[in-house]
Design a protein around this ligand. Structure first.
Ligand code: UD1
Ligand code: UDP
Length: 380
């Protein structure tokens, strides 16, 4: 069924032997952070000249501000297959993706499927691949919140356990995998989001007029995002976060994820009654980097934004009970504050990171390391 010169499939232990470094790779993306992660990896794979890459967009995110803007700004090639799956409950959404990705894989017959992060698109891509005997490679492997109530935790645990190649952003992620018995095919390559940030930072400086558009002065506002199910789908937690925003005596820019917009509407849009809060549509990546760079503090439950805050040297308060990005907390630049208004307001007033900020997650270069590993002729 597959090209035996390049690929011998998964063996009984679920291991792959890829005999030829010139592979056909199907990359599966579908949600906002995956477009950002895939951009530098796509570029590195294509620059290597050895592989053919087929890009699949599941359609998990579909609003222009959640999808198209990233393809345009980051120069990601147009998807070869757009599955148009859209929103839905976990089972329906993941199931629809699984069936649609399977059809693509049967048609394209790739040597490897590359998945990113921890969304339902990640889970569907990895499962569809291995069920057909195609090895999966997971970018951002080994992250753990140790909270199985999070849909993302289920997605990343399953993706890691079925993947043949696991690209970890840091040593701690590889240690998490080792504790679960996964040691083969594990590579600590650094974080591809550092590449995305490095590539976009300079362009953001030249192109983003977001501060003047929103009437903001550098260093004189806070930036906030929330979208985690645990915060949006729980009215008391969402209400508490908005209450905290209202009690902070500083301007807050709040790009609102569509999931959060819907949840806020259900609460009667309390953010609209807060004069210090500027709720806006989700912004493009260059504008987001422009906002992050100039914020005094970032308040977020986003994974990617915690890291960007660290790399940009902006203090971060994480509006969750735990984080996967423990290194940023250990370095003293990120504090997990939960959603209690008093804790949030106090942290905004008192949080001071240390003067030093050691390099975390390998600095730029993870995408090139991934492309090089893919090209090295894998026996995993
Ligand atoms: C998903 C991921 C989450 C990731 C986030 C990044 C899962 C389980 N969750 O969460 O890990 O951090 O993306 O942003 O995969 N919606 C729109 N327009 C869109 C997309 C979504 O209106 O373009 C609305 C729909 O009402 C939808 C809801 O947002 O039901 C949630 O979208 P979904 O993709 O299911 O999960 P996210 O919350 O975006
Ligand atoms: N982001 C963006 N515009 C926004 C909010 C976020 O470009 O309005 C970027 C952000 O800079 C980061 C990524 O989206 O690179 C994070 O995605 P998100 O918070 O949706 O998901 P998570 O990282 O939590 O999975």
């Amino acid at each position: 069924m597959f090209n035996v010169q390049t690929y011998s499939g998964l063996n009984r232990a679920g291991r792959a032997t890829i005999l030829n470094p010139a592979m056909k790779i199907v990359s599966v993306v579908g949600a906002r952070p995956q477009f950002i992660k895939a951009a530098p990896v796509c570029r590195a794979i294509r620059a290597s000249g050895s592989h053919t890459e087929i890009l699949v967009h599941t359609g998990q995110h579909y609003d222009a501000a959640m999808s198209d803007v990233f393809f345009e700004e980051l120069g990601i090639p147009a998807p070869d297959h757009h599955l148009g799956v859209g929103s839905g409950p976990h089972g329906a959404q993941t199931g629809a993706m699984l069936a649609a990705i399977e059809r693509v894989l049967l048609d394209e017959r790739p040597d490897l499927v590359l998945v990113y992060g921890d969304t339902n698109s990640t889970l569907a891509g990895a499962l569809a691949a291995v069920k057909l005997g195609i090895p999966a490679a997971h970018v951002e492997a080994g992250l753990r919140s140790f909270n199985r109530c999070m849909p993302e935790e289920i997605n990343r645990v399953v993706a890691d356990h079925v993947s043949s190649l696991l690209f970890c952003p840091a040593r701690g992620a590889a240690d998490n995998l080792a504790r679960e018995g996964i040691t083969r095919g594990v590579h600590v390559v650094g974080d591809v989001m550092a590449d995305a940030l490095a590539e976009a930072s300079e362009r953001a400086a030249g192109r983003s007029a977001v501060l003047s558009r929103l009437g903001l002065r550098p260093g004189a506002f806070l930036l906030a995002t929330i979208h985690r199910a645990e915060n949006t789908d729980d009215a008391s937690r969402l209400g508490a976060v908005i209450e905290a925003f209202g009690r902070i005596p500083e301007p807050i820019v709040f790009p609102v994820h569509p999931r959060t917009r819907r949840a806020l509407a259900g609460l009667g849009n309390p953010q609209e009654r807060l004069p210090n809060v500027k709720a806006v549509e989700p912004v493009g990546y260059l504008d987001m980097i422009g906002l992050e760079k100039s914020a005094r503090i970032i308040l977020t439950d986003s994974g990617g934004i915690q890291k960007e805050a660290y790399w940009l040297g902006v203090p971060c308060l994480t509006l969750r009970g735990e984080t996967e990005w423990v290194e940023t907390v250990e370095a003293g630049w990120n504090k997990v504050v939960g959603t209690d208004p008093e804790s949030i307001v106090r942290a905004v007033r008192e949080f001071r990171p240390p003067a030093v900020r050691p390099e975390l997650y390998g600095g730029p270069g993870a995408s090139a390391r991934i492309a090089a590993l893919l090209g090295s002729g894998l026996n995993i």
